[in-house]
Design a protein around this ligand. Structure first.
Ligand code: SAH
Length: 347
C-alpha cells in the first residue's frame, strides 16, 4: 500500500503515471485531501468509479493518532501525536492577533545535543516521514483547529529539519503548493542549528525563509552550547547565510539567540554579535530561555534582555524579543519532548 500522504505533486504525478493515469489526477487528489480534508476515496466524486476502486486496492492515507490535546491560557494549543508503539511527537499552534503559526516537528528527538534544549536531552530515534510531517498540518487544519487560520508554518518543533532534508523539503513543497496549503515561501520558515552544506542545498531546492540558531557570537562560546559548531564553525555558517540571501531579496534570515543568564547575555556578547552580523540583512530574535527539569541554565533577567536588545537596535539591527507562549503546557521553544525511545543513550 502506498501512503499517498508521503507524496508531493510530482510524486503523485509519477504515482498516477505508473498505471497510465494523467497528471491532473495528482492535483485532483491534492485538492480533496489537503484542501477539503477528505481521506475517503469514495467521496472523491471527480474520480471514476473504476479509478476509486483501484486506488482502494493499492493506496491509503495513514496518519498519526492524536493522543493528547492541551490548551494554554494564552490560547496556545499542543498535540501529542502517536506515530507507532514507540514514538510520539508534538505539534504546537500559536494564535496571534494578525496570524496563526503552526510549529511542526521533523524528527523523533534530536541528535544534536544542544545543551539548553529539552528535545536534545532525550536523544534521537528517527526521522519523520513526509506523511508524518504533513499530517501535522493536515490534522491542525482539518480536525484540530479548523476555525483558526494557519497563516505561517515554522519547522521549529522537535528535531533538526536539515538532517532530514529530503522529507522536510518534500513536505514544505506541499505546504507551499496552491493545490495543497498555498502558504507562500516567505511564511514558511525552517529553523536550523546551522548544517552548512544543507543550507547551501536548500538555497537551490526550496526557497523558504530560514531561522538560524546562533545563540553565541564567538566560536569559543558556541562550541560550548551547540556541539555542532565544532563541525561547522561561525565563519562557515556566516558565509552560508550570506549566500542564502544573495540575489534573492525575498529570502529572509532570522538569527535566534536564546538568552541564558550569565552565559551569553552581557553587553560584550551583544557588541560581538553586532560585529558578527555586519553586512548580513537579517532580523534577530531574542528568545528568553525556557527552563526544563535537569537543565543547569537559567533565564536571563528582563533587564539584561532589554539591555542586550538596545545595543543591537542602536546598531540598526532589527531585534524582536520572542514572547514566551504556552509555557505552562510545556509548549514553549525547547520544551517539546514527546516520547522517544532513546537508542543512542542506551548504547
Ligand atoms: N533544530 C532546530 C529547531 C529547534 S527549536 C534549530 O536548532 O533551530 C527552535 C528554537 O528554540 C531554536 O532556536 C532552539 O535553539 C531554541 N531553543 C531550544 N531550547 C530552548 C529553550 N530551552 N528555551 C528557549 N529556546 C530554546
Amino acid at each position: 500500500m502506498v501512503n499517498l500522504l508521503n507524496l508531493d505533486q510530482q510524486g503523485l504525478i509519477d504515482f498516477f503515471s505508473s498505471f497510465g493515469e494523467k497528471p491532473f489526477r495528482a492535483t485532483q487528489i491534492m485538492q480533496w485531501v489537503h484542501q477539503q480534508g477528505l481521506l475517503e476515496f469514495d467521496a472523491m466524486t471527480n474520480l471514476s468509479k473504476g479509478l476509486r476502486q483501484h486506488l482502494k486496492e493499492i493506496a491509503c492515507f495513514s496518519l498519526p493518532e492524536v493522543k493528547r490535546h492541551q490548551i494554554s491560557q494564552d490560547g496556545t494549543q499542543k498535540w501529542l501525536l502517536q506515530l507507532d508503539s514507540e514514538n510520539s511527537i508534538e505539534t504546537v499552534f500559536i494564535p496571534e492577533d494578525d496570524r496563526g503559526t503552526l510549529c511542526v516537528s521533523s524528527q523523533v528527538g534530536c541528535a544534536l545535543n544542544c545543551h539548553f534544549c529539552a528535545t536534545g536531552y532525550q536523544g534521537f530515534n528517527r526521522n519523520l516521514t513526509v506523511a508524518e510531517i504533513i499530517a501535522q498540518v493536515w490534522l491542525a487544519r482539518h480536525r484540530l483547529c479548523p476555525n483558526q487560520t494557519i497563516s505561517n508554518i515554522v519547522m521549529m518543533g522537535m528535531g533538526e529539519p536539515l538532517t532530514n532534508f529530503d522529507n522536510v523539503v518534500t513536505a514544505m513543497k506541499l505546504m507551499r503548493d496552491d493545490f495543497a496549503y498555498g502558504i507562500s515561501w516567505r511564511r514558511l520558515t525552517l529553523s536550523t542549528v546551522g548544517i552548512v552544506p544543507a543550507i547551501k542545498r536548500l538555497r537551490e531546492e526550496c526557497p523558504v525563509s530560514i531561522a538560524v540558531s546562533l545563540h553565541a557570537p564567538t566560536d569559543e562560546l558556541r562550541d560550548q552550547l551547540l556541539p555542532i559548531n565544532k563541525k561547522y564553525p561561525l565563519h562557515q555558517l556566516m558565509s552560508a547565510c550570506r549566500a542564502y540571501t544573495q540575489g534573492k531579496p525575498s529570502r529572509h534570515i532570522t538569527f535566534e539567540y536564546v538568552m541564558l543568564k550569565d552565559i551569553n547575555d552581557s553587553p560584550a556578547e551583544a557588541y560581538a554579535l553586532v560585529k558578527l552580523l555586519k553586512n548580513i540583512p537579517a532580523k534577530i530574535n531574542l528568545i528568553p530561555f525556557n527552563p526544563f527539569p535537569s537543565c543547569p541554565y537559567q533565564r536571563a533577567t528582563s533587564e539584561s534582555i532589554n539591555r542586550f536588545r538596545d545595543i543591537l537596535t542602536q546598531a540598526k539591527l532589527v531585534t524582536v524579543t520572542r514572547k514566551t507562549r504556552g509555557d505552562e503546557i510545556d509548549a514553549a521553544c525547547g520544551q517539546l519532548a514527546g516520547k522517544v525511545l532513546d537508542r543512542r543513550r542506551k548504547q
